[in-house]
Each structure stands twice: as C-alpha cells, then as structure tokens.
Design a protein around this ligand. Structure first.
Ligand code: GDP
Length: 366
C-alpha cells in the first residue's frame, strides 16, 4: 500500500533542494536498512509524538515510525503536454504517483535566475497546471466521443460515465483542474477510473525565504499561493527548502535548538510529511510493547481485518478479533491496567472501522 507523492515544479524553484532534505532525513532513519530503492524515491519517517508516549507507558526494545515516500519528478517545461522535450515522460511520471506536491518559488534572490525572469508564483503554478489540464483535456476529449456513442445506445455504464465526462470537459476547457469539481460519492469511482492528472490531490509548497519561516503569512508570495490553492479545494504550506536541507543534516538535539531559535515548533519537512500523509487519507495505528512499539499506516475507512493485513497477510487471513485501546485513553489513564479497569479496552470484530490512534493487538489463527 505504499503510496507516493510526486514533487513537481518549474526549474530553479528549489525542488532538488527539498528532495535532498528528504533523502538526508531518510538516511538518518535508524531502523530501515533498506535495499536499493529508486534514486528518485525518498523515504522518510512520519513524525508522531504519540510513539514516545506509548513507549513511556508500555516500554519496548525499540520504537519504529511508519514511513512515507516522495518521488522526485524531473523538470517540466512549457509544451510538455505536446510531448516536447521530456514532456511525455514527465506526464507519465505524474500519472504514477498518488498525489502531487507542487513546489513554487516564493523567495527573492538575485543570484538565482527564475526561468521566467521574475518571481511570480501564480504564473509558475499556472504554467504547470496548464500542461496538466491540456493533457487531461486530450484524453477526456478522446473518451468523450467514444462514450457518447455508447451512451446513445443506453448502455448504463456508458450513460453514467458520459454524465461525468460532460461535467469535466467544460471545466478543463476553461483551464481549470478536475479537482475543482464537486463530484458525488457515486461519481468518484468513475472519476478515478479516468486517471486524470488534474484530479489527483495536490499540495502547494511555497518555497519561502528563511526569514519568513516562523510566519509564512508574512511572505508577500505565500498568500498568493494559498489563495490559489483554496480556489481549487487544495492546501498550501510555506517552507524554506534551503533551510530544511541544513536542518536535515543536524542531529536531534541540534535540530531542536535550531528550530527553537527560528521560533518554530516543527520543521518544514515534518509539516510537509504530515500534510502529504493527510492529503492521501492516510491514518496511523499502533502496536505496542515487547520487541517494538510501532506505528503503521492504513487508509481511512479500512476495517479491522484489512488493517491487520498491513502487518502481515496471515493476520488478515486468520483474523479473529482486535483488542483495541485508543491512544487518548492510554494517555489519560496512564497504564494498560487502568485502561482495562475503566472498561476502555474494547474487543472489536470484522466490521470494526479502525480509527487513527488505535493501539491494537490482533488475535488471529492460521
Ligand atoms: P530545482 O531546479 O527546482 O530543483 O531547484 P534547486 O533545488 O536546484 O534550486 C535552484 C537554486 O535555488 C539553487 O541554487 C538553490 O540553492 C536555490 N534555492 C533553493 N531553495 C532556496 C531558498 O529557500 N532560498 C534561496 N535563497 N535559494 C534557494
């Protein structure tokens, strides 16, 4: 279930700098002696303060964070949708990722030329989004004609798909992304089946100046990016890529000190990781005690047996029940015993929809 967010942006906006911060942070991970992975993929730990608290109450030999992957997507240029340069490859790479992290330049620096000559985040965003919209428009138009014919012969699936295409096409023609449309619950699976680039969830990252780190709102560029994001039901965060790269090579204590001096409670990278995780509808559950206290990723809405399968397929196959304590209960009662005595340890079955923060012991039989 490893989902990945692809980092895109025009040249010279700070993508590589940000990706370096990600790989450096990933290299610091103690518990992942991972084999060769794609050099364009950077794996990071998902920061979660609850793990330390669980370990305090139910000590284990080690703590393992859950992880998240970013994919570095090589540069885009105007004309990508027409297959210019690496254009096609670029669009293909975006098609493979589950969400888009769109980096835009939001810092002034005369030494670093911007491709367009000026710092204009809105223009940067639109340059890329136009290419994605054009690529989607091309595939939607092709499909439109085919499905229209089938819909005329009253084929039910075709009629439903045609309704969706009729909603999407004019929006794309206006230059707007498919994600700006409010689809019904019934339409969503059809939309997903179209594999549109502009329907993917997106997070805008304004690469702001270091002085603005503590308060992105003070950046004259950030607000512009944020407003744009809101206009298409998306979110924006401000981070300083260059500073993140520096922070990523510090050890834990030095990092704490640095962040404190900057007046921020959390690094921009941590902010980015958590926002991307949420963007993809990802949630965390825990297993505790013994060899390891560990955070695991599941998808919002998953039921207990499926979630057990995140740990091992045997757990899913032989699922009997889940013994569940919420993190908040463990935190406030202070011990497993106290949780039990308060009647807050729950036994849940196959239909239980797991919640973020559940600490679970699975019972299974294979
Ligand atoms: P990419 O082409 O989007 O991958 O951009 P790079 O990451 O290579 O960055 C382009 C240039 O901008 C490099 O010289 C970086 O050092 C510089 N840069 C990146 N982030 C920042 C930043 O936050 N502030 C400043 N002043 N320069 C930055």
């Amino acid at each position: 279930m490893a989902l990945t967010a692809g980092i895109v942006g025009l040249p010279n906006v700070g993508k590589s700098t940000l990706f370096n911060a990600i790989t450096k942070a990933g290299a610091e991970m103690a518990n992942y002696p991972f084999a060769t992975i794609d050099p364009n993929v950077g794996m990071v730990e998902v920061p979660d303060k609850r793990l330390a608290r669980i370990d305090e109450i139910i000590p284990a030999k080690k703590i393992i964070h859950t992880t998240f992957e970013f994919t570095d997507i090589a540069g885009i240029v105007k004309g990508a949708s027409k297959g210019e340069g690496l254009g096609n490859k670029f669009l293909e790479n975006i098609r493979q990722v589950d969400a888009i992290v769109h980096v835009v330049r939001a810092f002034d620096d005369d030494n670093i030329t911007s491709v367009t000559g000026v710092v204009d985040p809105l223009d940067d965003i639109e340059t890329i989004n136009n290419e994605l919209v054009l690529a989607d428009l091309e595939s939607v138009t092709k499909r439109y004609d085919r499905v229209e014919k089938a819909a005329r012969s009253k084929d039910k699936t075709a009629v439903e798909e045609f309704e969706v295409l009729k909603k999407i096409k004019p929006v794309l023609e206006e230059g707007k992304p498919a994600r700006s449309i409010d689809f019904s619950k019934e339409e969503m699976p059809i939309v997903r089946g179209l594999f549109l680039l502009t329907a993917k969830p997106i997070l805008y990252v304004a690469n702001i100046a270091e002085e603005d780190m503590a308060n992105p709102e003070s950046s004259k560029y950030f607000k512009i990016v944020e407003d744009y994001a809101k206009s298409e039901n998306a979110q924006a965060i401000g981070i300083s890529a260059r500073t993140e790269e520096e922070i990523a090579s510090l050890d834990d204590d030095e990092r704490e000190e640095f962040l404190e001096a900057e007046g921020v409670s959390e690094s921009g990278l941590d902010k980015l990781i958590r926002a991307s995780y949420k963007l993809l509808g990802l949630r965390t559950f825990f297993t505790a005690g013994g060899k390891e206290t560990r955070a695991w990723t599941f998808h919002e809405g998953m039921k207990a047996p499926q979630v057990a399968g995140v740990i091992h397929s045997d757990f899913e196959r032989g699922f009997i029940r889940a013994e569940v304590t919420s993190f908040d209960d463990l935190d406030s009662y202070g011990s497993e015993q106290a949780v039990k005595e308060a009647g807050r340890l729950r036994v849940e079955g196959k239909e239980y929809v797991v919640e973020d923060g559940d600490i679970i012991e699975f019972r299974f039989n294979v």
